[in-house]
Design a protein around this ligand. Structure first.
Ligand code: ACM
Length: 620
C-alpha cells in the first residue's frame, strides 16, 4: 500500500518534469558558443546528420573551408565527402554577395530540418561560420551526431583580433606554432603577431646576414629562476646550457600558408633599435660602442641598442626587404619599445644627426629613425606598427600604435588620428599569473602580476576617454605571451587557456552584449573541446575561497564552493594537507569553526583526472 502511494505520487511528478524539460526553451548559453555570436535564434529540435555527410562547395574558398569540416566530421566518425552539387548536400557552403552580409568576416548559419547552410561574402566569413558549426557539433565521436536547430547572424566587433607569441626568449617548434594557429582560428582570432627577434635570440633566417642564424639565434646559457626576485647580479645563476634555434625561410613560408588557410594574418616583428643585443653579438659594428657583445642570457632592458648609422639603416632595410617578401601582411611591426638613449646621447654620430636634422632631444632621434624606416616600408606597400614608445620621438600620422603600457599611448595616438591596437599589460599580458597568491610556489615560475580570467573578459578596448569617431581608429585588442619563463608548449598553453577564450569574446562580441555569467556557462562547454585537442589549459581552481564569499553564521564560517568546469569534482582539506582524490569530496557548504585558524584548501579535479592548483583560505 505504501509502495503504491509512493508510485502515485512520483509518477505524475516525473511526467510533469519531463514535459517541462521538453518544452523548455533551448537557451543560447546551452549551445556553448565562444565567442558569443551577434544574433542567435534557437528553435526546438535537432538535425541528425546522416552517416554519409555531403558538404557542397565549388569555389577555391568554399573548398578550403569544406576541407576543415570534412576533417572534423571524419574525426567524429562520419563519412564525409565534398560535392559541387548543392542539391544533395547536408551542409551547404556558399559565398554569395547577397548584400545582407556586409562584413567580410560575417556569416549566416542556419540549421533546420533539411540540413545546414552557411552563407558568407568571403572565405573568412565562411570559415568562421564553419568554426561555429564545429562548436555546435560534439567534441568527440558519438553514435549519432546531431546539431540543434538554430539561426545565427554573426560578425566581429573588431577587425584586429590579435595574439602575440614571443619566440625570441624561448623558441617554439613549427609543429607547436601550427597548433597555436589552429587554436587562434577556432576562437576567431585573426592576427598572429610573431615576435621573432629580441636581445636573447634572433629566430628568422635572413639570407643576406647569415651570422643572424649562426650567432644571434643562440645564447650560451639561460638565467635560472625569476630575475625580478633577484636583487643583485651577484645572485644570478645560469644553467650553463647553450640555447637557441631559428626558422628557415622555407619553414616561415609553410607557417604563413598554414595560417592563410585559416584566415589568419601573421604580423612579423623585427625589433629596432632596442631589444637587439643578439644582432650586435653577430654584427657589433652596428652598435655605438665597440663590442664585443653576446646574445643576452638574462631578461630585462639593455642600454646596448643599435646606433642609427647609415650602416644600421642598410641592415634593417635589407632585413625588412626579405621579411616583406615572405609575409603578405599589410602591417610590419618594428618593436621600438624600451630603447634607452644612454648610448645615443654619448655618440658623436648621434650628435651629428641631431645637428644636421635640427633635433633638440635625443628621444626624438628615435622618431626620426622610425620615420625613415616607415618610408622604406611604405615604399614596399607596407604599414608600420610599433609599441607605444614610438609616440615619444614624434609620430607620423600613418603609423599604427600598439598600446601596451596601459591605454594611455593608445588614447593619445587615437586623438592624433593614428590607428591603434589595444594591448594593455594590465588586461592582456598572458605572461602574468592566474593565481591570486603572488608567486604561489605551486604555480610554475612566472613573471608575476595577477590577471584572472574575468579581468581579461571584462576588458573593453573602446576607452570611454575617446569619442565615437576616435573609436573607429581602435583596430581591436591583442593579448601578448612573453616567454622569458615559458620554455615549453605545455606551459605556453597553461598561460593561454582559458584566458584566450576571454580574449576571443573581447575581440569578437560587442561590449554591450557581453555577459560574464553567460560566458562562464558557455566556457564550461569548451573545456571538453580543449581536452579533445590535447590543449594543456590551466584547470581553474574552485571558486568561493575568498573572504568576501564566506558567510558567517554564529561561530561558523559557511563556505560554498563551485567550479566553472562542468563534471569536475571539488576535493578539500581542513588539515593543511594538499587535497587530492582521497580527501573529502565537496557536496554541500562546509561549516568551519571561526575560533581555530583552519586553512581550507580545495582543488578542482577534472573528469579526465587533471588537478587544479589548490585554492586556499585561512579562517578566520
Ligand atoms: C613590451 O612589453 N615591452 C612591449
Amino acid at each position: 500500500m505504501k509502495k503504491t502511494a509512493f508510485l502515485f505520487l512520483v509518477f505524475p511528478l516525473l511526467t510533469l518534469v519531463q514535459a517541462q524539460a521538453q518544452s523548455k526553451e533551448i537557451t543560447v548559453d546551452s549551445l556553448g558558443l565562444v565567442p558569443l555570436p551577434l544574433e542567435v535564434k534557437t528553435l526546438e529540435g535537432r538535425f541528425t546528420l546522416p552517416s554519409k555527410v555531403v558538404i557542397s562547395a565549388k569555389t577555391k574558398e568554399e573548398l578550403n573551408v569544406a576541407g576543415f569540416l570534412k576533417t572534423y566530421l571524419t574525426e567524429l566518425g562520419k563519412t564525409a565527402s565534398v560535392s559541387p552539387d548543392a542539391k544533395l548536400a547536408t551542409i551547404k557552403l556558399q559565398i554569395a554577395n547577397t548584400g545582407s552580409i556586409k562584413n567580410p568576416e560575417g556569416y549566416q548559419l542556419t540549421v533546420g530540418k533539411t540540413g545546414v547552410i552557411i552563407t558568407a561574402s568571403s572565405g573568412a566569413g565562411l570559415f568562421y561560420g564553419s568554426q561555429t558549426l564545429m562548436q555546435l557539433l560534439p567534441a568527440k565521436t558519438q553514435g549519432t551526431v546531431s546539431v540543434p536547430f538554430v539561426t545565427i547572424n554573426d560578425e566581429p566587433a573588431f577587425k584586429w583580433r590579435g595574439n602575440m607569441l614571443d619566440v625570441a626568449r624561448h623558441y617554439f617548434p613549427v609543429s607547436f606554432i601550427k597548433k597555436y594557429i589552429d587554436n587562434l582560428a577556432a576562437y576567431k582570432i585573426n592576427t598572429f603577431h610573431w615576435h621573432l627577434t629580441d636581445d636573447q635570440g634572433w629566430r628568422i633566417e635572413i639570407k643576406k646576414y647569415p651570422k643572424l642564424t649562426q650567432i644571434s639565434a643562440f645564447r650560451k646559457e639561460t638565467l635560472v629562476g625569476a630575475q625580478q626576485r633577484l636583487k643583485k647580479p651577484e645572485d644570478y645563476r645560469y644553467d650553463a646550457t647553450p640555447y637557441g634555434g631559428f626558422y628557415t625561410q622555407q619553414q616561415i613560408k609553410e607557417v604563413i600558408e598554414y595560417a592563410q588557410k585559416r584566415y589568419i594574418t601573421i604580423v612579423p616583428e623585427i625589433e629596432m633599435p632596442g631589444h637587439s643585443v643578439s644582432v650586435l653579438a653577430a654584427y657589433p659594428e652596428l652598435a655605438c660602442k665597440p663590442g664585443p657583445y653576446e646574445t643576452r642570457t638574462r631578461w630585462g632592458i639593455s642600454e646596448d641598442i643599435v646606433c642609427p648609422s647609415e650602416q644600421a639603416f642598410k641592415f634593417f632595410e635589407d632585413v625588412l626587404t626579405e621579411v616583406v617578401q615572405l609575409f603578405p601582411s599589410k602591417y610590419v611591426h618594428i618593436g621600438g619599445d624600451e630603447a634607452p638613449k644612454q648610448r645615443w646621447s654619448e655618440s658623436d654620430l648621434v650628435k651629428d644627426i641631431m645637428k644636421r636634422e635640427n633635433i633638440d632631444d635625443v628621444e626624438k632621434v628615435q622618431g626620426w629613425f622610425n620615420n625613415r624606416i616607415e618610408k622604406f616600408l611604405q615604399s614596399k606597400g607596407k604599414k608600420l606598427v610599433g609599441w607605444d614608445e614610438i609616440l615619444e620621438g614624434g609620430i607620423s600620422p600613418s603609423s599604427t600604435i600598439m598600446s601596451w603600457r596601459g591605454e594611455k599611448g593608445g588614447i593619445e595616438a587615437a586623438r592624433h588620428g593614428n590607428e591603434v591596437v589595444m594591448s594593455p599589460s594590465t588586461y592582456l599580458y598572458f605572461d602574468h599569473g592566474q593565481n591570486p597568491i603572488p608567486h604561489n610556489p605551486l604555480e610554475p615560475l612566472m613573471i608575476g602580476g595577477y590577471l584572472p580570467l574575468m579581468k581579461v573578459y571584462n576588458y573593453n578596448p573602446l576607452s570611454s576617454e575617446l569619442t565615437p569617431e576616435q573609436h573607429k581608429l581602435i583596430l581591436g585588442p591583442q593579448a601578448n605571451l612573453w616567454t622569458e619563463y615559458i620554455s615549453t608548449p605545455e606551459k605556453a598553453e597553461y598561460m593561454l587557456f582559458p584566458r584566450l577564450l576571454a580574449l576571443s569574446e573581447v575581440a569578437w562580441t560587442p561590449y554591450a552584449k557581453k555577459d560574464s555569467n553567460s560566458f562562464i556557462l558557455r566556457l564550461g562547454k569548451q573545456f571538453p573541446r580543449l581536452d579533445a585537442k590535447k590543449v594543456m589549459y590551466r584547470v581553474p581552481e574552485p571558486e568561493g575561497l575568498s573572504k568576501e564569499k564566506v558567510v558567517l553564521q554564529g561561530n561558523k564560517a559557511m563556505i560554498t564552493l563551485s567550479s566553472i568546469l562542468p563534471g569536475s569534482q571539488i576535493r578539500y582539506t581542513l588539515d593543511e594537507h594538499t587535497p587530492n582524490e582521497t580527501t573529502s569530496l565537496y557536496t554541500k557548504p562546509i561549516a568551519v569553526p571561526t575560533n581555530k585558524n583552519i586553512r581550507v584548501r580545495a582543488v578542482t579535479i577534472t573528469p579526465n583526472g587533471r588537478h587544479s592548483v589548490p585554492a586556499e583560505l585561512l579562517i578566520p
